[in-house]
Every structure is written in structure tokens, then in C-alpha cells.
Design a protein around this ligand. Structure first.
Ligand code: SUG
Length: 447
């Protein structure tokens, strides 16, 4: 029986230090664009426009706040001392790679914020969250604790929501959150199948050219602590990781009964389909839509980010909407595949495009920017209303970004102590706008 539920999207708001510093090996866009000048204001506005689309389509949309950056606590912990400005300047002078990591705006990619299990799939009937420890990359490993705080603000009611701490920070439990998890079901409120996609095993000696960021054991731990039902485990294709698909959501997206994926996405695609079919037995018939390497070679896949689209169930529409990045439209092969999907009589009814180019240049498409959370009406009503996105909040955040964000940031500008002051002022105001309380950010707690 379906209890009524919706899939809410929680988008990470781009932070004031959004920049191109090349911090992520295996993420080709991040590597190629290293050293470029970014536009943090354009980045945050693009994200807001995307959120507005979903809100206008009737999808519940929430805002997850950026984290405080630069992360001066990291720099102090590794021995830099003095005023905040001195710490930043000295770190940039002595250890620029570490200073760059401390400045990253990477919490914007909310698909990596946490793994989520909706209440229809958990043993205790609560929605469970495990913030990702993201420990493969230094700049991302800083996110977990503040993400836990952010999720506890948005989902404060412990009778309905369980926000766990991140898994412990050993490489055995390397975890990148929902980017490697897909939930399939007949209808959002129905029991679902949880497809956990991992890149390596905890005790395996990994020799790939690029890191495998998710371990099987991390997802097994999450499955246990969430009391998650109907887990299916599948290995990421090694060729996908080698080709630049550092997360499964670069080669695969799914919702409801539909799983759209590339031929190279899984090490053993047939076993994955078998596992999902068996777990779904008696509940729904999964629909597998596979795109071949011949139709979309990995190179075009990574440039176009076709699979990093949002696959949406819209109110009043039977078939799914694929919200793809503008780069998919720009790439002739990917565009042909996308249009072909929509014109066939499969589960996808239409394709729309959205520009998130600032984020894309760091390897983050529309699907990277959001965390999906299936909520019943009662759970939806128990969220922090200050973070619920609508036209009014859109206007306020647009005005805030126009006033507070720079429109030009070269990597060298990250060493500017003024950026600390500007960022804190921006985040302080944001904490009021989103009703996060006066102790949300480290600088607020220190004051
Ligand atoms: O972890 N990029 C992010 C992109 C994350 C995309 N998320 C999903 N696929 N779900 C990453 O590689 C680049 C930052 C830089 O290079 O400055 C970065 O962290």
C-alpha cells in the first residue's frame, strides 16, 4: 500500500569561495579547469534558478546552506597561528595545496551530503541520514560534521528523523553519500529497492588510475545503521572510474521504477539487474534503460553529463521528466540520446535543460547539486520552514547573492583575508534568512 509521499530536493547553495583549483583527481572537469577564474555570484544564481524550476513544477525544494570557508580550523590544526588573516596568508604562502583545500566551496554538491533512507524502507519508521565522510579528498573530508549540523536543523524532529554521525574516518569506510545510491519503487511512498554502488572493497589493494571513492563496507554499515530494507549491492565499472565517472551518478540515474544507465556503469550490469529484479519482486517491475558506448562514448558522456540529470516525477504527469545540464544539449551525441529517450514510449516523457555551468566546470551537474529526501506529508510538515524554497525566498536569496558575492575569483584571490570577512558577513545574514539560529557556523559560535 502506498502511503502518500513526495520526493523533496535539498540543494546545496553555492558558497562565496566557489573556485577552480583542481582539487579532485579523477574528476576531469576539475582538472581541466584548474586555474580558471570563477564567478561565485553567477554560480549561486544558477543554482537558485534551478531550484526555482523545481519549486514552480510543484516539487518540494529546500536549501542547504554553504559551509564556512576558508576552514581556518583546519589551518590552525596544522600549525598556523596568528590572526585569521595571518593564518590564511601564511598557509597560502607555505602550503598552497592545503590552503586551497581549506577554501573549497564543495559542500554545494549536496548529492554527496548524505545517504538517505526513507521511512518506508527503515526498520524503525524514521527517515535515516548518514552524512558522508568524503575522506578520499582532503577538501571534501572537511564537510561531514557541518553537514550533520545542517541536516539536524532541517530535520529537527528526532521522533521522525535520525541524523547519524558520519562513518568513522578510515579509508575502509570511504563514503560519498547519495551520489552512489539509487532508490527504485512503484511510488515514492511505497517500499523501495536500495541500490548501493561501491567502487572498491575495504581490504582490497586498489590500483586504479583514479581513486575509487566508495567502499562496499561503508554502504553495508549504512544499511545496518539505517535498518534499510531491500539493499542490492553492485560494483561500479572500473572502466567508468577510469573514464572519469568518479561517482556512479555520472553514469546512472534512477527514480520510481526507472533506472537509466550507461553500458560501462556497472562491473556486472546483468547481475545488478538481476539483483534489483529479485528485490523488487511482487512490488514493481523495474524498467532498465541502458545507453550503449556506441551511442554515447565515455568521452562524450563525461563532457555532456547526460546521466547527471535529475529524473523527476512531476505532479499530474505520468511519465518522468529528465532535467539535463545545458552541456547535454551542446553535445550532439548526448543530445541525440536525450531526445531519443523522450521520443520513445519508455518511462521518460520529456527532457528539459538547465544551465549550471559554473558548477559543471568543477564536475558537478544538476543531480550533484541536490540531495533527494522522500517525505510523507507529516514529515514534510516537520522540516524547518525557513529552508523551504519558494518565490519569496528566491527573491531574497537573489538579492542577498547580488549584494554579497564576488563576480570574479581567481585562485590567487583565495588568499585575500578580506574574503574571510566578506564570507562571514554573507553567511551571518544567510543564517537569519534561512532561520538557522545564531550558532550555526563556527565563527558564530566563537563570537
Ligand atoms: O567531489 N568537485 C566535486 C564534484 C562533485 C560532484 N558530485 C556528484 N557527482 N554527485 C568532487 O569531485 C572540485 C573542486 C575543485 O577542483 O576545486 C570538486 O570537488
Amino acid at each position: 500500500m502506498s502511503s502518500r509521499a513526495v520526493e523533496a530536493n535539498c540543494d546545496g547553495l553555492v558558497g562565496p569561495t566557489h573556485s577552480y583549483v583542481g582539487l579532485s583527481p579523477g574528476n576531469i572537469a576539475s582538472q581541466i579547469n584548474a586555474g580558471e577564474v570563477s564567478n561565485p555570484r553567477a554560480a549561486v544564481l544558477e543554482g537558485l534558478t534551478k531550484m526555482r524550476k523545481l519549486a514552480d513544477w510543484g516539487v518540494p525544494q529546500f536549501v542547504l546552506p554553504p559551509h564556512e570557508r576558508p576552514d581556518l580550523a583546519l589551518l590552525r590544526a596544522i600549525g598556523f597561528a596568528g590572526t585569521d588573516g595571518q593564518v590564511l596568508e601564511k598557509a597560502w604562502k607555505d602550503v598552497p595545496a592545503l590552503a586551497a583545500a581549506a577554501c573549497s566551496a564543495s559542500p554545494m554538491w549536496a548529492a554527496n551530503a548524505a545517504t538517505v533512507t526513507p521511512s518506508a524502507d527503515t526498520a524503525d519508521g524514521r527517515v535515516h541520514f548518514t552524512p558522508a565522510n568524503l575522506l578520499t579528498n582532503l577538501h571534501r573530508s572537511l564537510e561531514g560534521p557541518q553537514t550533520a549540523r545542517a541536516l539536524r536543523r532541517l530535520f529537527p524532529d528526532e521522533a521522525r528523523f535520525a541524523v547519524h554521525d558520519p562513518l568513522s574516518a578510515q579509508s575502509h569506510f570511504a563514503d560519498e553519500g547519495a551520489a552512489n545510491h539509487v532508490r527504485l519503487c512503484a511510488d515514492h511512498g511505497d517500499p523501495g529497492v536500495n541500490l548501493f554502488v561501491w567502487g572498491r572493497e575495504a581490504f582490497e589493494h586498489w590500483e586504479g588510475r583514479y581513486p575509487a571513492r566508495q567502499t562496499r563496507e561503508a554502504f553495508e554499515a549504512i544499511e545496518r545503521r539505517h535498518g534499510a530494507a531491500r539493499g542490492v549491492f553492485a560494483r561500479q565499472g572500473r572502466a567508468a572510474i577510469e573514464g572519469g565517472a568518479f561517482h556512479n551518478d555520472v553514469v546512472c540515474v534512477g527514480t520510481r521504477e526507472c533506472l537509466l544507465f550507461h553500458e560501462r556503469a556497472f562491473e556486472d550490469g546483468a547481475a545488478m539487474q538481476d539483483g534489483v529484479r529479485r528485490a523488487a519482486d511482487g512490488m514493481f517491475e523495474p524498467v532498465f534503460v541502458e545507453v550503449s558506448e556506441a551511442d554515447l562514448p565515455m568521452d562524450d558522456l563525461v563532457k555532456s553529463y547526460l546521466f547527471n540529470s535529475q529524473l523527476l516525477v512531476l505532479p499530474g504527469e505520468d511519465r518522468l521528466l529528465l532535467l539535463a545540464p545545458g552541456e547535454t544539449r551542446d553535445n550532439p551525441r548526448a543530445h541525440a540520446v536525450a531526445q531519443g529517450l523522450a521520443s520513445s514510449d519508455g518511462p521518460i516523457g520529456r527532457v528539459e535543460y538547465v544551465d549550471v555551468r559554473q558548477s559543471m566546470r568543477n564536475g558537478g551537474g544538476p543531480a550533484c547539486l541536490r540531495l533527494r529526501v522522500v517525505l510523507t506529508n507529516a514529515q514534510l510538515a516537520a522540516t524547518n520552514p525557513g529552508q523551504r524554497f519558494d518565490a519569496v525566498l528566491h527573491e531574497r536569496l537573489n538579492a542577498w547573492a547580488e549584494r554579497r558575492y564576488r563576480d570574479r575569483l581567481a585562485p590567487a584571490d583565495l588568499a585575500d583575508p578580506m574574503l574571510i570577512v566578506e564570507s562571514r558577513e554573507a553567511l551571518d545574514e544567510l543564517a537569519t534568512i534561512l532561520d538557522l539560529g545564531g550558532d550555526f557556523y563556527p565563527f558564530q559560535r566563537a563570537a
